[in-house]
Design a protein around this ligand. Structure first.
Ligand code: SF4
Ligand code: ZN
Length: 301
């Protein structure tokens, strides 16, 4: 049995990539320290920022919201009710978000996609003939940004972890989606009409985030979104975990080398097309009408 490197108690985790075993008391401290370092090193949040956490009720976003407040950031939460009724997914996940907001005494804003856009995510997907995840992704990005802009938030923080980012990277590399790759960064600076976006958990695997959340006694929705079943990203995560088992440290090397060396070059070579206000809603878009207004148009016609 491994012992904690810091205090010699029984270890609950051994992190091969850091050559570090830690116990249940020391691990949350290490995790917070690491999060704080990522935020500082990458200039994610300045003392003048007002931070909004995209809270889904899952381990990553709740863990992130908790970690930020523990580090002294006065972050608020925004929960988007997607209207997914299968297994009461949305109702249950909202409850977990409310529970944490009460515990840390930070405001949780709640928006309903059905109220904002006219239909729930599953109905939007059906009506616009898109996969639920594609409609959902567009609507989430749009509503988080719009809400942040309208309420004076200058940073949107999301709970994406290393497994999420490495899986997205692998998917984009396999199809050489150069435009997407150019934009896959842990910090996306603010632009005209777009609020800065940050991913403070990029240094942690899914398991590491789950352990932090569990050790802090934060209940979260354990079931995956019903629409995530069969998603390519889950398959890529699985593949990357198998590679990691054979060759520990590969996941971080794959992602971090990309972020440090390749993404900045791509960003220069493939600048984002000029943004202009959507002719219907005024939010930034590259087209005449933004994708959410188009989804709405299809869904409501
Ligand atoms: Fe939305 Fe798809 Fe994620 Fe479910 S799995 S929350 S539908 S993007
Ligand atoms: Zn629009």
């Amino acid at each position: 049995m491994k012992r904690c490197l810091w205090c010699k108690q029984k270890a609950v985790i051994f992190m091969h990539e850091h050559r570090l075993a830690l116990c249940r008391d020391c691990y949350p401290n290490w995790f917070l320290r690491m999060t704080g370092r990522v935020i500082k090193d990458r200039h994610m949040i300045s003392p003048y920022d007002k931070t909004l956490v995209a809270v889904s009720g899952g381990k990553d976003s709740l863990g992130l919201w908790f970690a930020l407040t523990q580090l002294g950031y006065e972050a608020d939460g925004l929960y988007l009710d997607l209207g997914i009724s299968i297994d009461e997914y949305s109702t249950k996940s909202k409850q977990f978000a409310i529970q944490l907001s009460e515990r840390i005494q930070r405001p949780l804003h709640i928006l309903s996609v059905a109220e904002e856009v006219g239909r729930t995510v599953p109905d939007l997907a059906l009506a616009s003939h898109r996969e639920p995840c594609s409609a959902c992704g567009a609507v989430k990005r749009y509503l988080f940004n719009k809400f942040a802009l309208e309420h004076g938030y200058t940073v949107i923080a999301t709970g994406h972890n290393l497994d999420d980012e490495a899986a997205t990277l692998l998917g984009n590399v396999l199809r050489w989606q150069l435009g997407y790759l150019a934009r896959q960064a842990p910090v996306l600076p603010a632009k005209e009409g777009l609020v800065k976006r940050i991913k403070p958990f990029i240094r942690f695997t899914e398991k590491q985030v789950a352990l932090f959340t569990i050790l802090n006694g934060i209940p979260y929705i354990e079931q995956e979104c019903p629409f995530s079943e069969g998603a390519a990203s889950l398959f890529y995560k699985d593949l990357l975990n198998k590679i990691e088992e054979r060759s520990p440290g590969t996941k971080w090397a794959f992602y971090s080398q990309f972020v440090e060396q390749i993404q900045p070059l791509l960003d220069e070579k493939f600048p984002e097309p000029e943004l202009r206000p959507c002719s219907k809603c005024g939010m930034p878009t590259t087209a005449e009408v933004c994708s959410v207004c188009r989804i709405k148009e299809h869904a409501l016609s």
